[in-house]
Ligand binder design. Sequence first.
Ligand code: ZN
Length: 145
Amino acid sequence: MPNLKPNCPHCERLEKANRGELESLVWQTDHVIVIAGDHQYFPGYCVVIAKKHIREIHNLPEAEALAIFADVMAVGRVIERGFKPLKMNYVSLGNVDEHLHWHVMPRYHSDPDHKDHPWKNAASFATRLTNSDAIKQIRSIFSTS
Ligand SMILES: [Zn+2]
């Protein structure tokens, strides 16, 4: 793997994925891995992680940046098809983990705060932690898409 950084949680996930040891891995392309989010407060929530440790997408060669955007959109389409959400939220901040990634969060009518930002109810995320059944369900949606 090119350009991985010690003590970066996303680089650690990439190394685990490379060794076939990342349980949450649901899909990958040339440029990204896709993992089930650590909770399923929003069923189908995934995280798209660039295969390079880079902070800003605008510093990538344009073709690579566009390929990553295409991957993120493909992830959104798969989740939409599999989970039928009301709306998709794509969130790329990187203020804490400075490694390019997107939280791809499906939002539902059943979430009373679906018009608000997805972290409004973060205190409740731990009540719906991702388990192996959820990972298998998400992986199967990607494998049949
Ligand atoms: Zn990294």
